[in-house]
Design a protein around this ligand. Sequence first.
Ligand SMILES: [Zn+2]
Length: 409
Amino acid sequence: MLFSKSFIFTQREDPKVAECNSARLLLKGCFLSMISSGVYSYLPLGKRVLEKVNNIIRKHMNSLGAEELQLSYLQPIEMWEKTGRDKDLGDIMFRFKDRRAREFVLGPTAEEEITEVVRKYISSYKQLPLTLYQIQTKFRDEPRARFGLMRSCEFVMKDAYSFDIDEQGLGENYKKMLAVYQDIFKECGLEFVTVEADSGFMGGDASHEFMVSAGIGEDILFYCCGCGSYFKKEGNCPQCGKNLEEKRMIEIGHIFKLGTKYSQAFDAFFLDREGVRKPITMGCYGIGVSRLLAAIAETNCDDKGIIWPKSVSPFDISLLVLEEKLLPQAFSLSEILEKLKLHVLIDDRKEAAGVKFNDAFLLGNPFILIMGKNYLNSKKIDLEIRKTRKKLNLNEEELIKFLKNEYGR
Ligand SMILES: [Zn+2]
């Protein structure tokens, strides 16, 4: 893709509204556009990253046999009254009336709706177990929207729901989901911890949170420098006795054993092998996708910009063409790389080298190729690794070998 033809309009100055590195760099690098406090549009670069994260999640969800669906964004208030969560969530819900005075909410989460849907179709143990998921926009009227995508009023969430005949089935599904969540976060390039958590307003009797350590995190854990473990309480480490240190954490995922709270409220029952009517046992599994994207940016950046992990970067390579006459060579190199399924952003703009370097660092693609005047004579190209700033000078064959090795192609 050509930079000159792309919707990439980076800013020279730091945006005034940004309160943290991720928000600052995502706005400055033209990944996001702020529409209102806590409301953002994903621009083409941001959408590329979002889709890569979504596809990693999809791949792992599908590997469990989970099926993707898409629930409605508008939910009638009566659904929420059945579980009493209209009161639990209170002002956090966007509520409004339609022209016939029917009250709706913009879905802040979907346990009620999914149970209502499944109830209509499931009547026998033969149809269970079942896991459904969606990647959908959710809405919360946040009293303090802040830190860009960290706490916004509109956000993308992956929510999955498991339906089992009993606690044992739920336990098995829950264990598999816990393992898959770890695979997802690892593949997204995040360093995270898994901790047992409180079920809060979701109800149920077990839950785990997945957290990333970052200064802007809104949750607090206590970290032991001695054995590297995390704990919910302060004091001394229960494992090795060393002093615990406070760490701020970002919650990126949360899974819950819901039990039968929702199935009882919605009359979602099935007939078991003996013909006895029983409530479906449920689990729910959330990932804050937009928050995950912000957590990746927040924990993978330097003073020049974001350093995207290879798995989620908008492009694999930024190819900076410093001499206009080298454009034909740049196009033919890009064609070779695209055949290896490597996505190349060719910076073909009539801009000074410094501007191109600044933008390449700000955009944060993992590899920067520099085609300058030496290229014509030597046929060797400079490659800079965004993360380590290591520079290599390679001929075409060496370059392809290097990239094939990096991407396992
Ligand atoms: Zn310890």
